[in-house]
Design a protein around this ligand. Sequence first.
Ligand code: GUN
Ligand code: ZN
Length: 437
Amino acid sequence: MTNQRSAAPARLALKGDLLDFTAAPQWARVDDPAVRLRPDHWLLIEHGRIVGAQADDPGDGWAREDHAGRLILPGFVDTHVHSPQLDVIASYGAELLDWLETYTFPAEGRYADPEVARVGAGRFLDALLAHGTTSAVVYPTVHKVSADALFDAAAERGMRLITGKVLMDRHAPDGLRDDVVQAERDCLDLIARHHGRERLAYAVTVRFAPTSTPEQLAMAGALCRADASLYMQTHVAENRGEVEWVAKLFPDARSYLDVYDRVGLLHPRAVLAHGIWLDDTDRRVLARTGAHLAHCPSSNLFLGSGLFDWPGALAAGVRVSAASDVGGGTSLSTQRTLADGYKVQSLNGQRMTAWSGLHAATLGAAQALGLERELGHFGAATLADVCVWDWAVGPVAEGRMALTRDAHERAFAWMTLSDERNLVASYVAGALRYRRP
Ligand code: GUN
Ligand code: ZN
């Protein structure tokens, strides 16, 4: 049973091992006080909002679901993912720029058709829910209908969704380019109809510097300056060939990031994917502007883009969230993404704890998006975006889990060995949106 449209019950109580964060864990610290693990507790939800947690059975006045022995987490937030790219996930043999031309642009071209966009949006959001992701910052395509379709599909499911039509007016094939005047009109119309509606927000969506003219970048910056409640999303410094290309296209800019800074695209609601090939000045600019980095380890490994310096970003005061970047990334599963994140840090001679990974996909992402009053943890008054997980599926994971000696070992083994098959149920604002068949 997937994607039930049932309303949230008036009073719902979920029992299990409640795990969330009260603050950011320190890098490489396994016994961190920011971790709040409450084994065998009831999470209490009234009219879709969390109202508390307790060890005692709340009694007959509550619809009770006893998941004792299971893990209960805030729904994951995927801060960078491309909805139409489910169709190109796992495409062979290319680095970023080839991969865009060979696989991605042709797939995105199909989203000019409103019916393709509508069906694709629903399929994509249901897939997120079936992977334990209840909120996302999403790229549709250049076509206005693809953004409309995503907004409508998210509203239907009650999900927090941040998206916007992709801006690209050069270096893209026919059928995938807009122009400054029409793009601005489309953005303003989408903003008027969707931004602030239910749990939806608009992101000015610059694909990346090479596919926008300076005039289009200036228009995007002006949109952000005119309304500080808008988000902005783009890619930055992902791949070395891309960085060289940007240097040629924008010879006056100090760096790739500076292309965005000059036009006013960096601000506290800006989400920049990757940020692998940044320098210290760039990191200071990110910290000063409040723009944050969406780290996409699965994509970075798959496309051979490079190894993100996570502790370097943190030391510079840059916020970091975790993201799948499907279809450059190879899975919508946050656990698989984080397991790849651990491997990326290993290659850098660093160790990423399960706490750093899980925080970056829950409270850390919520804070980076300014949404911590709404989601990302089990604090009272947040909307109950909640997922129930098996700690282990199958004899290998079960055997390993039985031998774990403390909370971090358990969480780390779970992060490394689990995936969407461990998901039992997803709730969005207290309403059941996915249950394992
Ligand atoms: N840079 C510009 N577009 C894309 C995209 O679709 N995926 C990734 N990973 N990087 C990009
Ligand atoms: Zn991307």
